[in-house]
Design a protein around this ligand. Structure first.
Ligand SMILES: Cc1ncc(C[n+]2csc(CCOP(=O)(O)OP(=O)(O)O)c2C)c(N)n1
Length: 1019
């Protein structure tokens, strides 16, 4: 550790060998323990004792270091008392001395002064006068010095292991780490021996490590007191899991919150009114004894927990809290945290009043703005509607939170925050939890800290934790993002409230995720109808004996004289009266109003009745000048001194040529679409894997300076000075998480275009839950609209089964237009039909999800281009593109009409030309598959009355569009003609992996489509 000029001596960790004096090396203690590797250096520049502590600095290679080594003029070999085991202690002494020489014994002061002053090796140490004049005294001091590292290890182990022995389980039957009773080396009967200490050391005074707060103003304490204070901090009703966090400042912050003397004696009972949460559940049970409600009994302290988090956050400036939670305790949270009117909750139990196809009462969302009485500020709370699919709502909550932060310019998460509630089994089991955690620190996805609260009732339906997870705690997934985890015995409301305060403060300080694990139990079965004794007999025998937490708390405050029995009973009677009155009012309700159950009301967007204000779509065409302007931006680098890649220069030049020729390929068309919306003040956000460049290297929305690291330019943000901001962001490699996030983002406001792109369309199936549970059915279930757009690259291009199909058949199967009913046509038919079905365009007076099957090879196909003329004012999206060649000129000569969609059109028309059939075969492109353009298809079938009708697709027969379009075309023509099929045979996989087979199949389907005899005699 100490070096003479130009020499460094390594500091050894306990038990390691001392490097010989004179060997040149930085003094470093590289520890690869659970906290990660650390290098410790003395401050090179400081030559005299100073007030400041060594500082932590980031070092190369991801390590963090103290400032560079300082030099001292002595060496280990020369100092008899320095050895491997004492060097940590010496390090502590040195830091303490640096802070203030009075912090250490005189002998150390002399030693460090001498060493600093350049005393030669061996001369810095001067023996202190012997204690009581005897050598026994010296031996005792030496023994204490030798034991000091052991004490420090004991201290550190309490931080690392204290949560193993904390009394977390209210039932006392199961330890958090699944052992029969909490035990660990730090509390084992032989623990002193394990740490190289003895009973006789208990009353000896040891120096406290400078990193601990247990001493308060004391810098040394008897070992017995050290242990008592550590147990007080880490082994009571709170288990703090945080030593995996590799940021020392954050660790120290947490230590202070739990170690400071007296801090764990909460004394909160005097401040708290006895919560009456349980009365709410009892009331529901009395009135609807045979209804499922997924009551909170066994974890009633969730309510004060959430209130504490919300109160504290509101006090620190949060104005909006967005929450997601599962079934358990939802009605209670609505009533007692969000403060939804009780009659509105109760009337949900009346099945006659449900809105739309509706969903069960413990899934609906809601939104409420009210005054927070603790902070005296208004706060808006929304609980998001969620499906049964546990944890699926997590990324949706994050997306909505991000959007609200974005729209109010809250770049640090100070005004808008999210809270996620979880069940223990779901938190551990569902991968989406992990995927959501991984969004938490990404610049375009962070919500600057989520507070997670786990209702850890130590059971999942009927499954014990030991069968449900392989990790010790259900919360271990949170460790990956360095989120501190506060386990707490939920039967101790004061401890619960304390950790919730710390969690809220943590978020407010560091803006990072944090987990509160409420270790509790479930008083009833999975729902109120379930018999838990079938499967957990012993656990439930114990639960039956368990007095309810709030009753216990009420008894405590009555015993402490905080409240009298009479006052308590009056409170109870008052609460029951409120419930009873609300119940009576709820019986008068005739209708369940939609607006009462929206988690994201879009003020002013709908009529007061929640209907669209019009049934027409404003024009979507833009002027020639705008097209040229946006096109030129797309073809340029709109900042100075920015060097782009040579290949990109060629791409931009190609774009400039297209602008000159007044045509757009897909990428330029996308530019026009986004650019014109941005210009009109509509925010556009495009997210997904590699979307910035585009998987197929066609987009290039973010340009990278070839000479300056991380210097980028987003030309789309240079369209006009008053434009809306454009966000384009490469996402983490998660479909479920990111699509859920973008869905949530799209929920916050109707005035934005939010798009998620899959790398290849087939990857949408790892986000299937979001598609099935939210996108296709969200409006029907929760009266909530959403305009999310999915861009799914699709096409059979011989790339094998995995990159070919976005599975259009699945999306089509989810659409709700009736195949057997030809709709009533009207002037506003096209818009009305969109409204009735689940489909969108951004300027519509309502929002529907839009699924776009986007091209791959067509991105570069010379014919796949549109003229500016198709985008000028008075143009609009074409649901069908009829044939405009010789066939259309003489429809009576046409023998066959081939309907198709997507890239097969180009193969069909090429083949038709080769065969000289341009006047006998018409090819009609169906651009909007659902809702099915019955009116326009009818126009085509009426035009070609002598033709047979074929649906041609490149997908296999059981896939693609055939089964969706066939009955609809048949309905259109009133079943007067068959609809023939030209396409690949049925198959289990979406495509062959063999290029030759692919081409053979393609040729065969083109042969069928263009062989006018192919279907003769087949009826
Ligand atoms: C994704 C998903 N899989 C399965 C289920 C069926 N299910 C409903 S509740 C439940 C147990 C949940 O246990 P836990 O997360 O501990 O919450 P608790 O019900 O104990 O509050 C299961 C498996 C579900 N709702 N969602």
């Amino acid at each position: 550790m100490f070096v003479s000029d130009g020499q460094y001596l390594p500091l050894q960790s306990a038990g390691s060998t001392v490097r010989p004096a004179g060997e040149t090396e930085l003094w470093s203690s590289e520890r690869s323990d659970h906290r990660g590797a650390w290098r410790v250096f003395f401050d090179r520049d400081r030559t005299a004792p100073g007030p400041s502590q060594p500082r932590l600095l980031p070092a190369e290679g991801g390590l963090r270091t103290f400032q560079p080594a300082r030099r001292l003029n002595t060496s280990v070999a020369a100092e008899p008392f320095l050895n491997g085991t004492s060097s940590n202690y010496v390090e502590e002494m040195y830091y303490a001395w640096l802070e203030n020489p009075r912090n250490v014994h005189k002998s150390w002061d002399i030693f460090f002064r001498n060493a600093n002053a350049g005393a030669p090796p061996g001369a810095a140490y001067q023996s202190p006068p012997p204690l009581s004049g005897s050598s026994q005294g010296l031996a005792s001091v030496q023994a204490r010095v030798a034991a000091q590292p052991n004490v420090e290890k004991l201290v550190e182990d309490h931080l690392v292991r204290g949560h193993h022995v904390a009394q977390l389980d209210p039932l006392g039957i199961m330890a958090a780490d699944l052992q029969p009773s909490p035990s660990d080396i730090i509390t084992a009967h032989n623990k002193l021996g394990f740490y190289g200490l003895a009973e006789s050391d208990l009353d000896k005074v040891f120096r406290l490590p400078t990193t601990t707060f247990i001493g308060g103003n004391e810098s040394a304490l008897p070992l017995r007191e050290i242990i008592r204070r550590l147990e007080m901090a880490y082994c009571q009703h709170i288990g703090v899991e945080f030593m995996f966090i590799n940021d020392v400042e954050q660790c120290q912050w947490i230590r202070q919150k739990f170690e400071t003397p007296g801090i764990m004696q909460f004394g909160l009972s005097a401040l708290l009114p006895p919560p009456l949460v349980h009365r709410f559940e009892e009331f529901l049970q009395r009135k609807w004894s045979s209804e499922k409600r997924f009551g909170l009994e066994g974890c009633e302290s969730l309510i004060p927990a959430l209130k504490t988090i919300i109160d504290m956050s509101s006090q620190s400036g949060v104005e909006s809290v967005i929450m997601g939670m599962p079934h358990r305790g939802r009605l209670n949270v609505l009533a007692n945290v969000i403060r939804k009117e009780l009659d509105q909750i109760f009337c949900q139990f009346d099945s006659k009043l449900e809105a739309g196809s509706g969903d069960v009462k413990y899934h609906l969302g809601m939104y409420h703005k009210r005054m927070n009485r603790v902070s005296d500020r208004y706060i808006t709370m929304s609980l998001m509607a969620n499906p049964s699919h546990l944890e699926a709502v997590d990324p949706v909550v994050q997306g909505k939170t991000k959007a609200e932060q974005f729209y109010c310019g809250d770049t640090e998460g100070k005004r808008v925050m999210s809270i996620l509630l979880h069940g223990d089994a779901a938190f551990a089991g569902q991968g989406i939890v992990y995927e959501t955690f991984h969004l938490s620190d990404l610049p375009s996805y962070t919500t600057h800290g989520t507070i997670h609260v786990v209702v850890n009732n130590q059971i999942g339906f009927t499954t014990d934790p030991r069968m449900a997870r392989s990790s010790p705690y259900p919360t271990d997934v949170a460790r990956v993002v360095n989120a501190p985890i506060f386990h707490v015995n939920a039967d101790d409301p004061e401890a619960v409230i304390y950790v919730c305060k710390v969690a809220a403060e943590w978020r407010n300080t560091f803006h990072k995720d944090v987990v509160v694990d409420l270790v509790c139990y479930r008083r009833n079965g999975h729902n109120e109808m379930d018999e838990p004794m079938f499967t957990q007999p012993l656990m439930y025998k114990q639960i039956k004996k368990q007095k309810g937490v709030l009753k216990k708390f009420a008894d405590k405050v009555i015993a402490e004289g905080v409240i009298t029995m009479q006052e308590y009973e009056e409170e109870v009677a008052q609460y029951d009266k409120i419930c009873e009155e609300a119940y009576n009012r709820s019986k008068d309700e005739k209708i369940l109003h939609i607006k009462h159950w929206l988690d994201s009301p879009w003020p002013g967007f709908f009529t007061l009745e929640g209907q669209p204000k019009t049934m027409s779509c404003p024009p979507t065409g833009i002027s020639e000048e705008e097209l040229s302007h946006i096109g030129n931006i797309a073809a340029s680098v709109p900042v100075e001194d920015f060097t782009i890649h040579g290949g990109l220069s060629r791409i931009l030049k190609g774009r400039a040529n297209m602008v000159n020729q007044r045509v757009c390929d897909w990428a330029l068309g996308e530019y026009m679409a986004f650019g014109s919306l941005l210009k009109d003040g509509i925010h556009v956000r495009l997210s997904g894997q590699d979307v910035e460049r585009g998987t197929f290297s066609h987009r290039h929305h973010v340009l990278h300076d070839q000479n300056v690291d991380k210097r980028i330019c987003v030309p789309m943000n240079h369209i006009s000075p008053n434009q809306a901001p454009y966000t384009v962001c490469n996402s983490s490699l998660s479909e479920y998480g990111v699509l859920g996030f973008e869905l949530g983002f799209a929920m916050a406001s109707p005035n934005a275009l939010v798009l998620w792109e899959a790398q290849f369309g087939d990857f949408n199936n790892t986000a299937q839950c979001i598609i099935d549970q939210f996108i296709s059915s969200g409006q029907a279930k929760w009266v909530r609209q959403n305009g999310i757009v999915l861009l799914l690259p699709h096409g059979m291009e011989g790339m094998g089964p995995e990159h070919s199909s976005a599975r259009p058949e699945r999306f089509l199967q989810m659409c709700n237009d009736d195949p057997d009913v030809f709709p009533k046509l009207s002037e506003d038919f096209a818009v009305r039909q969109l409204y009735d079905c689940n489909w969108i365009v951004i300027l519509q007076p309502f929002r529907k999800p839009l699924i776009v099957f986007t091209p791959k090879s067509l991105l570069r196909h010379p014919e796949a281009k549109s003229s500016f003329d198709d985008m000028l004012p008075a143009t609009h999206f074409r649901r069908i593109i009829p044939d405009d060649g010789p066939a259309a000129a003489s429809p009576e000569k046409v023998k066959r009409v081939i309907f198709c969609s997507g890239k097969i059109y180009y193969e069909l028309t090429r083949e038709r030309k080769n065969r000289g059939m341009d006047d006998t075969v018409a090819v009609v492109r169906v651009e909007q598959l659902s809702p099915f353009p019955f009116d326009l298809v009818k126009a085509e079938t009426d035009r070609y009355l002598n033709a047979d009708l074929v649906w041609c697709q490149e997908e296999h027969k059981n896939q693609g569009y055939y089964h969706y379009v066939k009955p609809r075309i048949r309905t259109t023509i009133n079943h007067t003609r068959p609809v023939w099929y030209a396409g690949r045979d049925p198959a289990a996989a979406p495509a062959t992996g063999n290029k030759q087979t692919h081409l053979t199949e393609l040729q065969r389907l083109l042969d069928t489509a263009l062989d006018l005899e192919a279907f003769s005699g087949k009826l």
